[in-house]
Design a protein around this ligand. Structure first.
Ligand code: NAP
Length: 497
C-alpha cells in the first residue's frame, strides 16, 4: 500500500552514530522541507549514551546546519525528535521504548505506523529484531517495517542465519534491506534510459553490445575503518551488493510492470543466470589488489598495510576487478567487467556500454583511429549521460572523428532539489515501496557467487600484495583482464563546467 503523505514514527537505533548524523537527519530534513512528510511524524533516537531530548535535538540541528532555508524553523523541525537511552541486550529498555512510542503515536497521530531503522553494528541486527517482537513493539494497529543497513551477513551462511532470525519477527515484505546505490538518481536512471528510449532497447543485447564495464573507484583509502575493512575487503564491501546490483539493472529483461515484485523477479533471474565459477577458475576471471604507497594530489600516501588496525602482512583486498558472464539468450558471449578500489586515481562511479564495431568503416582515418560507440552512464560524483559517436571531420574529404553528446544531470537540475539516496529510500520505505531495496533472494544469490571468490582468496596468500600504487588505476593484471579479450577500460568522465 503506498500513500503520498505517510504518517509514522521512525525509530533510529544508533541515533548518535555517524550514519544517523551524516545521512539520516539531513535526509529527513529534506523530506520535511520538500513536503514529503506530513506533520504527523516523529523520530525517536535510540543509543546508549544518556542524552536528554534537548541534547539530541541540538545534535540534530547541528547535522542540518549547512542547509540555509529561511522558510524552515530548525526548532520546529527538531521538536519532532525524541531521545530514548537504550541497550540492545536489556529487555527493560524495549518495554520503556514501547511506552514512549505509544505516547508519541497518540500525540502525533501516527496511526501505529512504525519504522525501525537499524543504523548500528550488524552483530546487533538479529537480537534487535527478536526483541522488538518479543517485547510487543511490532504489535500495533498500523504497519511496522524494519530497515537494515549493510553489511547483510559476511557470507551466505551468516546472511542466512541472520535472515532466518529476522524472519522470525518480520515477514519478507516488512524488511527493507538498504543498498544505498539503489537510491542514487543515476542508478535509478538505468531503467529509464533502457526502457524509455526506442533507440537503446533494440540494441541492448549480444548482437550489438561488445562489453559492459562498471567502475566504482575511490581516491580515499580505508581511513580509520581498518578494523572493519580487514574482515570485509572490497569484494564483500562493494561487489556482493552495489556492483552486482548495478549489473542486474543493466542486464535484466524489461519488467511487465513497475512493481517491486516484477522488477526484483527480473533482477533475480539475472543473478541466477550468472555463470558460476569454481575456486580453481577464480584467477582467470578475477583480479585482487591492495594499495601500496603512492602520490595523490602531490601528497605522499601510506600503503594499506601501514593503516591503523591493519595487519602489516594483511591479505585483504582493497581492489577487485572481474569478468562476469551471464548465460542467457540476451547476453551469452558479452563480458560484464566490474572494477572497484580504494586509493585510485579518481573518484568515479560510471558504467560504459561499448557497442560492437561496424563490419566495415568507410570513413577510416589513419591518424584518427576508429572509436567504438559508447553510452556512458555517470553515477557519481559527475551525474549524467554521454554518448560517444563518430561524425564527419571538419575538412575536405570524408573521414570521421569522435564526438561526444553530453547530458549533465548536475547542471540541468537545481542541485538543491535533486534527492539524495537516503532521502529517496526513506521516502520509499514510508510509502511501502520496496523496489529499491534488496530482496532476500538477491542477497542469497550474490553471496553464493561471491563466496567462491572469497574462499579462493582466503585460502591462498596474495604473495604479490601490495600490488598497486596509490593514485593509480589498480594492478596491471586488471588491464590484462580486458586486453586478453581485445578490450580496454574506458575512463571518460567529462570535466564539470
Ligand atoms: P557508529 O558511528 O559506530 O554508530 C553506532 C551507533 O550504535 C551509535 O549510535 C552507538 O551509540 C550505538 N550503539 C552501540 N552499541 C550499542 C548498544 N549496545 N545499544 C544501543 N546502542 C548502541 O556506526 P555507523 O557508521 O553509524 O554505522 C551504523 C550501521 O550503518 C552499520 O551497520 C554500518 O555498517 C552501516 N553503514 C554505515 C555507513 C556510514 O556512512 N557510516 C554507510 C553504510 C552503512 P552509543 O555509543 O551512544 O551507544
Amino acid at each position: 500500500m503506498t500513500t503520498n503523505s505517510p504518517k509514522s514514527i521512525i525509530v533510529i537505533f544508533g541515533a548518535t552514530g555517524d550514519l544517523a548524523n551524516r545521512k539520516l537527519y539531513p535526509s529527513i530534513y529534506r523530506l520535511y522541507r520538500n513536503g514529503k512528510l506530513s506533520e504527523n511524524f516523529a523520530v525517536v533516537g535510540v543509543a546508549r549514551r544518556p542524552l536528554t531530548n534537548e541534547d539530541f535535538r541540538n545534535n540534530v540541528k547541528k547535522s542540518i546546519s549547512h542547509f540555509e532555508d529561511k522558510s524552515i524553523d530548525p526548532d520546529a523541525f527538531a521538536s519532532h525528535f525524541h531521545y530514548h537511552p537504550f541497550d540492545v541486550q536489556d529487555l527493560s529498555y524495549y518495554q520503556s521504548l514501547n511506552k514512549l512510542l505509544n505516547t508519541l503515536d497518540e500525540k502525533h497521530e501516527t496511526e501505529g505506523n512504525r519504522i525501525f531503522y537499524l543504523a548500528m553494528a550488524p552483530n546487533f541486527f538479529g537480537t534487535l529484531a527478536t526483541n522488538l517482537k518479543s517485547e510487543g513493539l511490532t504489535s500495533t494497529n498500523g504497519w511496522t517495517r524494519l530497515v537494515i543497513e549493510k553489511p547483510f551477513g559476511h557470507n551466505f551462511k551468516s546472511a542466512k542465519e541472520l535472515n532466518d532470525q529476522i524472519r522470525e519477527a518480520f515477514t519478507e515484505d516488512q524488511i527493507y534491506r538498504i543498498d544505498h546505490y539503489l537510491g542514487k538518481e543515476m542508478v535509478q536512471n538505468i531503467e529509464v534510459i533502457r526502457f524509455a528510449n526506442a533507440m537503446f532497447e533494440p540494441l541492448w543485447n549480444n548482437q550489438h553490445i561488445s562489453n559492459i564495464q562498471i567502475t566504482s573507484s575511490e581516491v580515499l583509502g580505508v581511513e580509520d575503518r581498518g578494523r572493519y575493512y580487514e574482515s570485509s575487503g572490497a569484494l564483500r564491501d562493494m561487489v556482493q551488493n552495489h556492483m552486482l546490483q548495478m549489473m542486474a539493472l543493466l542486464a535484466m529483461e524489461p519488467p511487465i510492470k513497475l512493481t517491486p515484485e516484477e522488477i526484483r523477479s527480473e533482477k533475480v533471474k539475472v543473478l541466477r543466470a550468472l555463470k558460476p565459477i569454481t575456486e580453481e577458475d577464480v584467477e582467470k576471471y578475477f583480479v585482487r589488489g591492495q594499495y601500496d604507497r603512492g602520490i595523490l594530489n602531490g601528497e605522499e600516501i601510506n600503503g594499506y598495510r601501514e593503516g591503523n588496525s591493519v595487519d602489516p602482512e594483511s591479505n585483504t583486498e582493497t581492489f577487485v576487478s572481474g569478468k562476469l558472464l551471464i548465460e542467457n539468450f540476451r547476453w551469452a558471449g558479452v563480458p560484464f567487467y566490474i572494477r572497484t578500489g580504494k586509493r585510485m586515481k579518481k573518484k568515479s562511479t560510471e558504467i560504459v556500454i561499448q557497442f560492437k564495431d561496424l563490419p566495415m568503416n568507410l570513413y577510416y582515418d589513419k591518424e584518427e583511429n576508429i572509436h567504438p560507440n559508447l553510452l556512458v552512464i555517470h553515477i557519481q560524483p559527475y551525474e549524467g549521460i554521454t554518448l560517444h559517436l563518430n561524425a564527419k571531420k571538419g575538412e575536405y574529404g570524408s573521414t570521421s572523428t569522435p564526438i561526444t553528446l553530453n547530458y549533465n544531470n548536475n547542471g540541468s537540475n537545481d542541485k538543491m532539489n535533486t534527492p539524495e539516496a537516503y532521502e529517496v529510500l526513506l521516502n520509499d520505505c514510508m510509502r511501502g515501496d520496496s523496489t529499491n531495496f534488496t530482496h532476500w533472494d538477491e542477497v542469497a544469490l550474490s553471496w553464493k557467487f561471491v563466496d567462491i571468490i572469497s574462499n579462493a582468496w582466503e585460502n591462498t596468500k596474495a604473495e604479490q600484495f601490495p600490488n598497486y600504487e596509490s593514485g593509480s588505476n589498480g594492478p596491471k593484471e586488471s588491464e590484462a583482464l580486458l586486453e586478453n579479450d581485445g578490450f580496454n577500460w574506458w575512463s571518460v568522465t567529462p570535466e564539470e563546467e
